[in-house]
Ligand binder design. Structure first.
Ligand code: NAP
Length: 278
């Protein structure tokens, strides 16, 4: 079974971003807005900051706490939106529980939406009219292309339908002429559906959900899941079982994740170029 690691394509993308950065009159800056006490948001910011440091992009963090209100969070995003020193804003989820997430995300202007999770950004992906997509969706497509996995006309199953991950992954695969089945928690007999697919992309966040019974013999399996457990970072796929049937599998860690960070930074550079007049 081939291991579809993201390290090599991530390294190539990192080098091209670092080279591109030398062309900028002002180095683009990224700011995270996140809940101070939530480990998922902290891990996300840490991972992106590490990649950004290697490229040469400064990353700042604005922290909210459990006492923060929706109005304060929106005010913070609006200040960042108006700040000419900040080219990109990422609202890392989850936000503190009293804060209305949808209103805060909606305050991110499309011109600084690095994650591409605002309605306008998702709408543009739906219309097939955007050069930019959520970093993780771009990373899945890049990984499949890097390993020359054919997509046109082939049955592909995507498990998970969130706005930021599963849906954009599915939409981008449709744009590439794959025949996509989008599965979720209400899908009846998940294994019966996914075992028909030549390519299976799991975007759920439940370690061990995808077993050998979910995989068609010879299929390519992309594991987008990233769950922090006592045993470390885990994907959705039972790697040992799936290795017996799949032809190729992207590991966690080391598969989609390393590439996602640089796809996000690529979005930042694209937005900054537009803001600085091309
Ligand atoms: P999310 O918002 O919690 O969405 C999870 C999706 O999985 C939902 O659509 C849910 O269905 C579906 N689901 C839950 N249980 C299921 C089951 N038993 N069978 C089938 N589908 C099920 O999570 P997310 O933000 O999309 O993130 C998904 C995973 O991707 C997480 O592990 C996250 O950490 C990871 N991620 C990885 C990267 C990377 O670079 N590798 C980047 C971003 C996110 P319903 O809609 O029916 O509830």
């Amino acid at each position: 079974m081939t291991s579809l690691t993201g390290r090599e394509p991530a390294r190539a993308l990192r080098a091209s971003l670092a080279a591109e950065l030398t062309q900028f009159a002002k180095i683009p800056a990224l700011t995270f807005v996140r809940c101070a006490s939530h480990p998922a948001g902290a891990a996300y910011a840490r991972q992106v900051s590490r990649g950004a440091r290697r490229v040469g992009v400064p990353v700042a963090e604005q922290l909210l706490d459990e006492a923060s209100t929706t109005a304060e969070a929106i005010g913070l995003v609006e200040r960042l939106a108006a700040d000419e020193q900040v080219e990109g804003i990422i609202v890392a989820l989850p936000l503190p529980s009293p804060v209305d997430t949808a209103s805060v995300v909606a305050a991110v202007p499309p011109s600084k939406d690095v994650d591409r999770i605002t309605r306008a950004a998702i709408g543009a992906v739906l219309a097939g009219a955007s050069k930019l997509a959520p970093g993780v969706a771009t990373a899945v497509l890049r990984l499949l292309d890097y390993y020359k996995v054919p997509l046109a006309g082939r049955p592909v199953a995507v498990v998970g339908r969130s706005r930021g991950v599963g849906k954009p992954v599915a939409l981008m695969l449709v744009e590439r002429d794959a025949t996509v089945t989008l599965c979720h928690s209400r899908t009846r007999d998940l294994a019966a559906v996914t075992s028909q697919a030549d390519v299976l992309v799991s975007c759920v966040g439940h370690p061990g959900l995808i077993t050998r019974d979910h995989v068609k013999p010879g299929a390519v399996v992309i594991d987008v899941g990233a769950t922090y457990t006592a045993a470390g970072l885990q994907g959705d796929v039972d790697a040992d079982g799936v290795a017996e049937v799949a032809s190729a599998y992207s590991p966690v860690p080391g598969g989609v994740g390393p590439l996602t960070v640089y796809c996000l930074l690529e979005n930042l550079l694209h937005l900054a170029r537009e803001a600085q007049g091309g």
